[in-house]
Design a protein around this ligand. Structure first.
Ligand SMILES: [Zn+2]
Length: 235
């Protein structure tokens, strides 16, 4: 795939989600010339249990951390939708907001999570915001972004239907794509390091371990995995 011809829209619930989940792939695609836009749906305000942390301070901090992470990975556009962190639902309002962005940015590829994933290994319950963000993103890709009569108010804003060609789902229960991020693992770690309020990255050993596990099956040093849906024959 010639990435210099691709417009990529990456949709997640929280600041730091893209870095954890797809940071290597995005760094690679950006390096290969793709135009990448991140959409962070929530305000990140539930990202601290410190009783002295002021909400506005945290929201502002997390925005700056995300901007730094985007700069590290070569991501140009960064949009914050400002929904409340921790209680996200896949509402029609959110679907409309994401549909609007898809029609504005006209991505060839949309990247998001897996709305069906409740459990990862034996130790982690998938955050409900992640499932909600993924459901709303997929429901915006299909059918509302490409279907004229859905959200007619967007037509009044001058936003014509747009068909996304590929949906790349990370954290998927069924995987059919491995992206070799061996040349981009350091950039992934560097981007994640910007989220100082959320994660102690250190030397990034846990990131290397995850990526090595994902790559082992297909003989890559480091990989990220996806379920890829090809939604059109390609215009
Ligand atoms: Zn998250």
């Amino acid at each position: 795939m010639d990435m210099s011809q691709q417009r990529v829209l990456v949709i997640f619930a929280h600041p730091d989600d893209p870095e954890f989940m797809v940071g290597g792939t995005i760094a690679r695609w950006a390096r290969e010339g793709a135009a990448v836009t991140y959409v962070i749906i929530t305000d990140g305000s539930a990202g601290s249990n410190d009783p002295t942390m002021e909400r506005d301070t945290l929201v502002d901090l997390r925005r700056r951390e995300q901007r730094g992470a985007c700069d590290a990975a070569g991501v140009g556009d960064l949009l914050f939708l400002g929904y409340q962190d921790g209680v996200l639902q896949p509402t029609l309002e959110l679907r409309r907001d994401l549909t609007r962005i898809i029609r504005q940015y006209k991505p060839t590829i949309v990247v998001c999570g897996d709305p069906t994933a409740w459990f990862y290994s034996e130790g982690y319950i998938n955050h409900p915001d992640h499932r909600a963000a993924a459901a709303a993103a997929i429901e915006a890709v299909f059918p509302s972004a490409e279907t004229r009569p859905i959200f007619r108010e967007l037509l009044a804003e001058g936003l014509e239907p747009h068909k996304v060609q590929q949906l790349w789902i990370t954290g998927a229960t069924e995987v059919n794509m491995w992206v070799d991020i061996s040349a981009d693992i350091e950039t992934k770690i560097e981007a994640l390091r910007h989220h100082k309020s959320q994660v102690e990255v250190g030397e990034g050993e846990f990131i290397r371990k995850w990526a090595a596990e994902d790559g082992r099956k297909v003989g890559m040093t480091y990989a990220e995995t996806f379920k890829v849906m090809r939604l059109s024959s390609g215009e």
